[in-house]
Design a protein around this ligand. Structure first.
Ligand SMILES: Nc1ncnc2c1ncn2[C@@H]1O[C@H](COP(=O)(O)OP(=O)(O)OP(=O)(O)O)[C@@H](O)[C@H]1O
Length: 265
Protein backbone atom coordinates (compact mmCIF):
# COMPACT_ATOMS: atom_id res chain seq x y z
CA UNK A 1 0.00 0.00 0.00
CA UNK A 2 2.40 2.68 1.28
CA UNK A 3 6.12 2.18 1.16
CA UNK A 4 8.90 4.40 2.46
CA UNK A 5 12.35 3.77 1.09
CA UNK A 6 15.31 5.20 2.98
CA UNK A 7 13.35 8.28 3.98
CA UNK A 8 15.05 11.00 6.03
CA UNK A 9 13.84 14.41 7.15
CA UNK A 10 16.37 17.03 8.09
CA UNK A 11 14.95 20.28 9.43
CA UNK A 12 16.91 23.54 9.45
CA UNK A 13 19.76 22.19 7.37
CA UNK A 14 22.97 24.16 7.86
CA UNK A 15 21.58 26.18 10.76
CA UNK A 16 22.18 25.91 14.50
CA UNK A 17 18.74 24.28 14.70
CA UNK A 18 19.62 21.47 12.30
CA UNK A 19 17.63 18.44 13.36
CA UNK A 20 17.48 14.99 11.80
CA UNK A 21 13.85 14.21 12.66
CA UNK A 22 13.76 10.99 10.62
CA UNK A 23 16.77 8.92 9.75
CA UNK A 24 16.66 6.41 6.89
CA UNK A 25 13.17 5.01 7.45
CA UNK A 26 12.25 1.87 5.53
CA UNK A 27 8.65 0.84 6.01
CA UNK A 28 6.13 -1.20 4.04
CA UNK A 29 2.52 -0.76 5.10
CA UNK A 30 0.54 -3.69 3.77
CA UNK A 31 -3.11 -3.53 2.82
CA UNK A 32 -5.25 -4.27 5.88
CA UNK A 33 -2.49 -3.41 8.36
CA UNK A 34 -3.59 -1.62 11.51
CA UNK A 35 -0.32 -0.26 12.84
CA UNK A 36 0.00 1.40 16.23
CA UNK A 37 2.97 3.73 16.73
CA UNK A 38 4.57 4.65 20.03
CA UNK A 39 7.65 6.66 20.90
CA UNK A 40 8.80 9.41 23.19
CA UNK A 41 8.44 13.13 22.49
CA UNK A 42 10.29 14.19 19.39
CA UNK A 43 10.79 10.60 18.19
CA UNK A 44 9.50 11.57 14.73
CA UNK A 45 6.00 10.10 14.76
CA UNK A 46 4.14 13.16 13.49
CA UNK A 47 6.90 13.89 10.99
CA UNK A 48 6.37 10.37 9.64
CA UNK A 49 2.65 11.12 9.18
CA UNK A 50 3.41 14.49 7.60
CA UNK A 51 5.59 12.77 5.04
CA UNK A 52 3.03 10.08 4.27
CA UNK A 53 0.23 12.67 3.98
CA UNK A 54 2.36 14.95 1.80
CA UNK A 55 2.36 17.86 4.25
CA UNK A 56 6.13 17.98 3.82
CA UNK A 57 8.55 16.36 1.37
CA UNK A 58 11.47 14.28 2.61
CA UNK A 59 15.06 15.51 2.46
CA UNK A 60 16.06 12.08 1.17
CA UNK A 61 14.39 8.89 0.03
CA UNK A 62 11.12 8.06 -1.71
CA UNK A 63 7.50 7.35 -0.84
CA UNK A 64 5.29 5.02 -2.86
CA UNK A 65 1.52 4.52 -2.81
CA UNK A 66 0.43 1.33 -4.55
CA UNK A 67 3.83 1.24 -6.27
CA UNK A 68 3.42 4.80 -7.61
CA UNK A 69 6.11 7.28 -6.61
CA UNK A 70 4.24 10.00 -4.67
CA UNK A 71 7.27 11.59 -3.00
CA UNK A 72 6.50 15.01 -4.49
CA UNK A 73 2.73 14.64 -4.80
CA UNK A 74 1.07 17.54 -2.91
CA UNK A 75 -1.05 16.98 0.16
CA UNK A 76 -4.38 17.93 -1.45
CA UNK A 77 -3.94 15.18 -4.05
CA UNK A 78 -2.97 12.60 -1.46
CA UNK A 79 -6.01 13.62 0.60
CA UNK A 80 -8.11 11.85 -2.04
CA UNK A 81 -6.86 8.50 -0.80
CA UNK A 82 -5.31 9.27 2.60
CA UNK A 83 -7.54 10.35 5.49
CA UNK A 84 -6.13 11.92 8.63
CA UNK A 85 -7.58 12.67 12.04
CA UNK A 86 -5.82 14.98 14.47
CA UNK A 87 -5.92 15.38 18.23
CA UNK A 88 -8.17 18.43 18.12
CA UNK A 89 -11.81 17.26 17.74
CA UNK A 90 -12.76 20.60 16.16
CA UNK A 91 -10.52 20.12 13.15
CA UNK A 92 -12.36 17.38 11.30
CA UNK A 93 -15.79 18.97 11.00
CA UNK A 94 -17.26 22.44 10.35
CA UNK A 95 -18.73 23.96 13.55
CA UNK A 96 -21.31 26.27 12.03
CA UNK A 97 -22.90 23.77 9.72
CA UNK A 98 -25.46 21.14 10.45
CA UNK A 99 -24.52 17.52 10.94
CA UNK A 100 -26.24 16.51 7.69
CA UNK A 101 -24.49 19.25 5.69
CA UNK A 102 -21.15 18.18 7.13
CA UNK A 103 -21.83 14.63 6.03
CA UNK A 104 -22.98 15.76 2.63
CA UNK A 105 -19.80 17.75 2.05
CA UNK A 106 -17.64 14.77 2.82
CA UNK A 107 -19.81 12.60 0.66
CA UNK A 108 -19.57 14.98 -2.25
CA UNK A 109 -16.10 16.18 -1.33
CA UNK A 110 -17.11 19.80 -1.79
CA UNK A 111 -19.97 22.26 -1.79
CA UNK A 112 -20.93 21.97 -5.45
CA UNK A 113 -24.02 19.78 -5.33
CA UNK A 114 -24.86 20.23 -1.68
CA UNK A 115 -28.34 21.70 -1.78
CA UNK A 116 -29.44 19.91 -4.88
CA UNK A 117 -28.53 16.45 -3.75
CA UNK A 118 -29.51 16.39 -0.12
CA UNK A 119 -32.62 14.38 -0.70
CA UNK A 120 -34.54 11.77 1.21
CA UNK A 121 -32.37 8.93 0.09
CA UNK A 122 -29.18 10.62 1.21
CA UNK A 123 -30.69 11.54 4.57
CA UNK A 124 -31.79 7.97 5.15
CA UNK A 125 -28.35 6.73 4.23
CA UNK A 126 -26.65 9.17 6.63
CA UNK A 127 -29.15 8.34 9.36
CA UNK A 128 -28.45 4.65 8.98
CA UNK A 129 -24.70 5.18 9.12
CA UNK A 130 -24.98 7.45 12.17
CA UNK A 131 -26.80 4.71 14.11
CA UNK A 132 -23.50 2.81 14.09
CA UNK A 133 -22.00 5.42 16.43
CA UNK A 134 -24.55 4.55 19.09
CA UNK A 135 -24.65 8.19 20.22
CA UNK A 136 -28.15 9.17 19.13
CA UNK A 137 -26.75 11.54 16.51
CA UNK A 138 -29.15 10.19 13.90
CA UNK A 139 -31.84 12.22 15.68
CA UNK A 140 -29.81 15.45 15.62
CA UNK A 141 -29.04 15.79 11.94
CA UNK A 142 -30.23 19.38 11.62
CA UNK A 143 -28.21 20.65 14.60
CA UNK A 144 -25.01 22.65 14.13
CA UNK A 145 -21.90 20.82 15.21
CA UNK A 146 -21.03 23.57 17.64
CA UNK A 147 -23.64 21.88 19.88
CA UNK A 148 -21.76 18.57 19.94
CA UNK A 149 -19.16 17.29 22.42
CA UNK A 150 -15.54 16.60 21.50
CA UNK A 151 -16.15 12.84 21.62
CA UNK A 152 -19.20 13.11 19.38
CA UNK A 153 -17.31 15.26 16.88
CA UNK A 154 -14.34 12.94 16.80
CA UNK A 155 -16.63 9.93 16.29
CA UNK A 156 -18.36 11.82 13.49
CA UNK A 157 -15.05 12.79 11.88
CA UNK A 158 -14.14 9.13 11.97
CA UNK A 159 -17.41 8.02 10.40
CA UNK A 160 -17.23 10.67 7.69
CA UNK A 161 -13.70 9.67 6.86
CA UNK A 162 -14.63 6.00 6.67
CA UNK A 163 -17.53 6.77 4.32
CA UNK A 164 -15.15 8.51 1.93
CA UNK A 165 -13.33 5.13 1.61
CA UNK A 166 -9.68 6.18 1.96
CA UNK A 167 -6.93 3.69 1.11
CA UNK A 168 -5.10 4.65 4.30
CA UNK A 169 -6.13 6.42 7.49
CA UNK A 170 -3.69 8.25 9.73
CA UNK A 171 -4.81 8.69 13.33
CA UNK A 172 -2.59 11.22 15.06
CA UNK A 173 -3.37 10.77 18.78
CA UNK A 174 -7.00 11.24 17.82
CA UNK A 175 -8.30 10.34 21.29
CA UNK A 176 -5.71 12.23 23.35
CA UNK A 177 -7.87 15.33 23.87
CA UNK A 178 -10.92 13.34 25.02
CA UNK A 179 -11.82 12.27 28.54
CA UNK A 180 -11.03 8.58 29.25
CA UNK A 181 -14.61 7.38 28.70
CA UNK A 182 -15.00 9.11 25.36
CA UNK A 183 -11.47 8.14 24.35
CA UNK A 184 -12.40 4.49 24.88
CA UNK A 185 -15.66 4.87 22.92
CA UNK A 186 -13.88 6.51 19.97
CA UNK A 187 -11.10 3.92 20.06
CA UNK A 188 -13.56 1.06 19.99
CA UNK A 189 -15.42 2.68 17.11
CA UNK A 190 -12.10 3.13 15.31
CA UNK A 191 -11.34 -0.54 15.74
CA UNK A 192 -14.83 -1.58 14.62
CA UNK A 193 -14.68 0.55 11.45
CA UNK A 194 -11.18 -0.62 10.59
CA UNK A 195 -12.30 -4.24 10.88
CA UNK A 196 -15.70 -3.90 9.19
CA UNK A 197 -14.53 -1.71 6.32
CA UNK A 198 -11.21 -3.54 6.04
CA UNK A 199 -9.24 -0.32 6.26
CA UNK A 200 -5.51 0.16 6.36
CA UNK A 201 -4.63 2.35 9.31
CA UNK A 202 -1.77 3.84 11.30
CA UNK A 203 -2.39 5.19 14.78
CA UNK A 204 -0.01 7.25 16.93
CA UNK A 205 -0.68 6.89 20.63
CA UNK A 206 1.10 7.69 23.87
CA UNK A 207 -0.87 4.98 25.60
CA UNK A 208 1.11 1.74 25.46
CA UNK A 209 -1.84 -0.40 26.55
CA UNK A 210 -3.85 0.90 23.59
CA UNK A 211 -0.90 0.31 21.27
CA UNK A 212 -0.81 -3.31 22.42
CA UNK A 213 -4.58 -3.86 22.52
CA UNK A 214 -5.36 -2.49 19.06
CA UNK A 215 -3.97 -3.34 15.65
CA UNK A 216 -2.00 -6.20 14.16
CA UNK A 217 1.37 -4.47 14.13
CA UNK A 218 3.25 -2.10 16.44
CA UNK A 219 6.13 0.27 15.70
CA UNK A 220 8.29 1.80 18.39
CA UNK A 221 10.14 4.94 17.34
CA UNK A 222 13.04 6.71 18.93
CA UNK A 223 15.25 9.56 17.72
CA UNK A 224 13.98 9.41 14.16
CA UNK A 225 14.22 5.66 13.77
CA UNK A 226 11.90 2.68 13.94
CA UNK A 227 13.64 0.66 16.62
CA UNK A 228 11.05 -2.10 17.00
CA UNK A 229 8.53 -3.48 14.50
CA UNK A 230 6.40 -6.37 15.68
CA UNK A 231 3.26 -7.98 14.29
CA UNK A 232 0.84 -10.89 14.50
CA UNK A 233 1.31 -13.46 17.24
CA UNK A 234 4.44 -11.77 18.59
CA UNK A 235 2.48 -8.55 19.06
CA UNK A 236 -0.32 -10.38 20.85
CA UNK A 237 2.20 -11.64 23.42
CA UNK A 238 3.31 -8.11 24.32
CA UNK A 239 2.67 -6.47 27.67
CA UNK A 240 3.54 -2.93 28.78
CA UNK A 241 6.39 -4.37 30.88
CA UNK A 242 7.78 -6.30 27.92
CA UNK A 243 7.63 -3.16 25.78
CA UNK A 244 9.53 -1.16 28.39
CA UNK A 245 12.15 -3.92 28.64
CA UNK A 246 12.44 -3.93 24.89
CA UNK A 247 13.09 -0.22 24.87
CA UNK A 248 15.82 -0.59 27.54
CA UNK A 249 17.37 -3.34 25.51
CA UNK A 250 17.31 -1.36 22.28
CA UNK A 251 18.30 2.02 23.58
CA UNK A 252 20.03 1.22 26.87
CA UNK A 253 18.22 3.97 28.65
CA UNK A 254 15.39 4.15 31.11
CA UNK A 255 12.09 5.37 29.95
CA UNK A 256 10.26 4.90 33.14
CA UNK A 257 10.66 8.64 33.55
CA UNK A 258 9.34 9.35 30.13
CA UNK A 259 5.93 10.33 31.39
CA UNK A 260 4.61 11.09 27.95
CA UNK A 261 5.20 7.63 26.61
CA UNK A 262 3.77 6.04 29.70
CA UNK A 263 0.92 8.50 30.11
CA UNK A 264 -2.56 7.09 30.21
CA UNK A 265 -4.94 8.86 27.91
N1 LIG B 1 8.55 21.95 10.94
C1 LIG B 1 9.57 21.65 11.74
N2 LIG B 1 10.68 22.41 11.78
C2 LIG B 1 11.72 22.10 12.56
N3 LIG B 1 11.77 21.02 13.37
C3 LIG B 1 10.67 20.22 13.38
C4 LIG B 1 9.53 20.50 12.59
N4 LIG B 1 8.60 19.51 12.81
C5 LIG B 1 9.16 18.69 13.71
N5 LIG B 1 10.39 19.10 14.05
C6 LIG B 1 11.32 18.43 14.98
O1 LIG B 1 11.44 17.09 14.56
C7 LIG B 1 11.52 16.21 15.68
C8 LIG B 1 10.42 15.17 15.58
O2 LIG B 1 9.17 15.83 15.84
P1 LIG B 1 7.77 15.07 15.76
O3 LIG B 1 6.72 16.09 15.98
O4 LIG B 1 7.73 14.27 14.54
O5 LIG B 1 7.89 14.11 17.02
P2 LIG B 1 6.76 13.21 17.69
O6 LIG B 1 7.33 11.85 17.84
O7 LIG B 1 5.48 13.34 16.95
O8 LIG B 1 6.64 13.89 19.13
P3 LIG B 1 5.38 14.15 20.09
O9 LIG B 1 5.07 12.83 20.69
O10 LIG B 1 5.92 15.11 21.09
O11 LIG B 1 4.28 14.73 19.26
C9 LIG B 1 11.43 17.08 16.92
O12 LIG B 1 12.75 17.34 17.39
C10 LIG B 1 10.79 18.34 16.40
O13 LIG B 1 11.19 19.46 17.16
Amino acid sequence: MIELKDVSMLFGQGTVNENLALNGINLKVKEGDFITIIGSNGAGKTTLFNLIAGTIAPSRGAIFANDRDVTREPEYKRARYIGRIFQNPLLGTASNMSLEDNMMITYRKGFKWLKRSLNHRMRDYFRKELVQLNMGLENRMKENLVMFSGGQRQALTLLMMVLSKPSLILLDEHTAALDPKNAQIVLELTNKFIEEYRLTAMMITHNMSHAIEFGNRLLMMDKGEIIFDVEGEAKKQLTVEKLIDKFHQLRHKSFENDRTLLAEE
